[in-house]
Design a protein. Structure first.
Length: 300
């Protein structure tokens, strides 16, 4: 709403939220009532618009029990389905074919597929193997967007939101991006060589290892995460201040901290103009928008 500068109220943009316990929340309503709510919202939003995009759940089968899954809603609106996958694993092909099969089964028009966030090392395989195989099965590939770590990397602030703890230094630099996580549990000399291989990283180490922390600060480091609630040497904080590197102190041991970092995801926020610009450029460059518009019956 904020990013696209949409004037419509949230109740029209999202007629009802779907949480993990959605069946209990939706029990008082019949499928027909919910569909009417969606259609009424669509009617209000679509006035004076050339195109309305309905964003489905990442799981197309969601609300199948109510007859309101993504493909079923697409059928109700006569809207072609553009299936978006993520990553570069071989299972992408099967997921795309399953999506098409789902659409065909319920009578929803299937436009094609866009493969997003494809690792650079997989781009050749996608072009030479995935695209032809999908074409053999009647699936058009309308875009292959390579992975861009600047889009997916979380900020230090997003990491702090998950870990909690205390920010000991560098609170004003919490918007720095973190592209990798490295654990420091070796000698100073080994750590320095290890850290030099990675840029824009967060280093996780014990607060009682000033040698590791200082080695990290001599390389491209976006954040120091000190574990065990062990307050670091003042020399570490002084050097972090000079390098403009946030220092976060957490109560967990290193293993638990690394486990919690699995919950960290980088998101594009409305105020993040740089990431929004990068996303627009990626779509413009790697998605066949003329092909998409043609399938919608719109002149490019």
């Amino acid at each position: 709403k904020e990013t696209l500068k949409l004037a419509h109220p949230l109740r029209d943009l999202c007629p009802f939220p779907v949480t993990d316990d959605f069946l209990g929340m939706l029990t008082p309503f019949s499928p027909a009532e919910l569909l009417k709510r969606i259609k009424d919202a669509h009617e209000r939003v679509s006035r004076d618009k050339d195109v309305v995009i309905h964003e489905s759940s990442t799981n197309p089968e969601l609300l199948l029990s109510y007859g309101l899954s993504g493909p079923e809603l697409a059928r109700a609106f006569g809207a072609p389905v553009l299936f978006v996958t993520r990553g570069g694993g071989d299972s992408i092909v099967d997921r795309a074919l399953l999506g098409k099969l789902f659409c065909d089964k319920v009578g929803a028009p299937f436009m094609g597929i866009v493969m997003n966030d494809v690792p650079l090392q997989c781009m050749g395989k996608v072009k030479d193997a995935f695209v032809p195989l999908l074409r053999e099965h009647g699936v058009d590939t309308l875009g292959t967007i390579p992975q861009n770590v600047r889009l997916t990397a979380p900020t230090v602030a997003e990491i702090f939101d998950v870990l909690g703890g205390q920010v000991l230094e560098g609170r004003e630099f919490m918007d720095r991006s973190v592209e990798n996580f490295l654990v420091g549990a070796m000698t100073h000399e080994s750590a320095l060589r290890y850290f030099q291989r990675s840029v824009n990283k967060a280093v996780i180490t014990g607060g009682d290892r000033p040698d590791i922390a200082l080695a990290a600060l001599e390389t491209s480091t976006s954040a120091l995460i000190l574990t065990g609630n062990l307050y670091p040497d003042v020399q570490v904080l002084r050097r972090a201040s000079e390098k403009r590197v946030p220092v976060i102190l957490v109560p967990y041991d290193t293993y638990t901290t690394v486990e919690k970092l699995d919950m960290v995801t980088g998101r594009i926020k409305p105020q993040d103009a740089t990431k929004i610009k990068l996303a627009r450029e990626s779509v413009a460059r790697y998605v066949d928008w003329k092909g998409v518009l043609e399938r919608l019956g719109i002149s490019a």
